[in-house]
Write a protein that binds this ligand. Sequence first.
Ligand SMILES: *Cc1c(COP(=O)(O)O)cnc(C)c1O
Length: 469
Amino acid sequence: MLYLSTRGHPDRKRFCEILLEGLAPDGGLYLPERYPQVDDATLTRWRGLAYHELAFEILSLYIDDIPATDLRALCRKTYTEAVFGTPQIVPLRKLEAGVYLEALSNGPTLAFKDMAMQLLGHLFEYELARRGESLNILGATSGDTGSAAEYAMKGKKGVRVFMTSPHGRMSPFQQAQMFSLQEANIHNLAIEGVFDDCQDIVKAVSNDLAFKRKYRIGTVNSINWARLVAQVVYYFAGYFQATTSNDQKVSFTVPSGNFGNICAGHVARMMGLPIAKLVAATNENDVLDEFFRTGTYRVRGSADTFETSSPSMDISKASNFERFVFDLLGRDAARVKHLFQDELGARGRFELPAEVAAARERYGFASGRSSHADRLATIRDTWQRYQDMIDTHTADGVKVAREQRDPLVPMIVLETALPIKFAATIVEALDRQPHRPAGFEGIEDRPKRVRVMPADVDQVKAYIASHCD
Ligand SMILES: *Cc1c(COP(=O)(O)O)cnc(C)c1O
């Protein structure tokens, strides 16, 4: 399997080459040259598999430069009951007639990013050892990504993590999760500023090519193909739990921000998984809903990017969206390059009114949006009617799923985080504290390892330089 860039760069790469890279050299995103096709007999064979076996089967269609025995072992040690809380790993539960919740948030940081990041941690350690190299991951987080990366990389050989976050702006639980880690290869840098300042610092460091090379700086952001392909697995696992035969279809509603999660659903569908609809649920930052309703993709300035109570979906542009547009335009890389480089660069928007009809018909895409008031009402409603407490992002999904539901097709909402991560909004909705899973008692009181520093690129660089050997 070879990988190409959505912007038409002539190089073709293998999986392990793109594993440690971010963007393609021309600024595009990596995609496989073709999507492997899964036939009826294969689906039937996969139905009975344990999650780690299913992960191996799917990943081995995309990864041919890791020996099968090694890849199998990596999948086995990633997807365990000890790490993800249940033998099913992503258990499905019925919420109401025709609507199900697929739990993706029982991993170490209680959000769905663990599903991919835990695998990435093992893949990085494996590949770096094979090359005899090391890597220093520099990232910016407003919450879920940073903690998922740290829990995946903690204690891994050959990897160090330097994670910037806006000082005092994450929820107390999220701060406790990250800052209580005691592993020597994890470094928390609390920046006196907002999330954008953290992102600007990461960009500035990455643009200093000499520094980047000298200190072997890498990233783990959501455009990484390995993260995306790991997420394809739970679409299959959800389908198998909701159906008894391959003649049945299901739909998915996905709380969406950077379009990484739902893009994995698109890939699963392209492989032949019988998906009827893929519904993107957004919050007040409705870049994606606007596109699927009108055909206009319009990135937002920071003044138009809102801080909401589903903060992990607060995006100004959807960084994985280019992958889907590439398929939508029949893989016309020249056109993708024109839209994402020239049109977005010059006008901050582009229009695809005819293509968006195809997105709905051919690829089953739909969308909807949810507000703070909708979120509170949905959390309240599911608690009062079903005693099921859902988090704010999942609530956006449930709200939109109910609007988009077809009575004949099971609708699976991806549960992307647990309520404990966003306790303030749960208290606002229900006037009670969210349930705290075992093992998280009192984490706010544990000793914290964090360095507070001003939003200053040179100080961050100096810190990195003095903590690398
Ligand atoms: C990251 C995140 C999302 C958004 O996922 P994308 O892949 O960026 O679309 C939704 N919910 C939660 C809880 C998240 O952490």
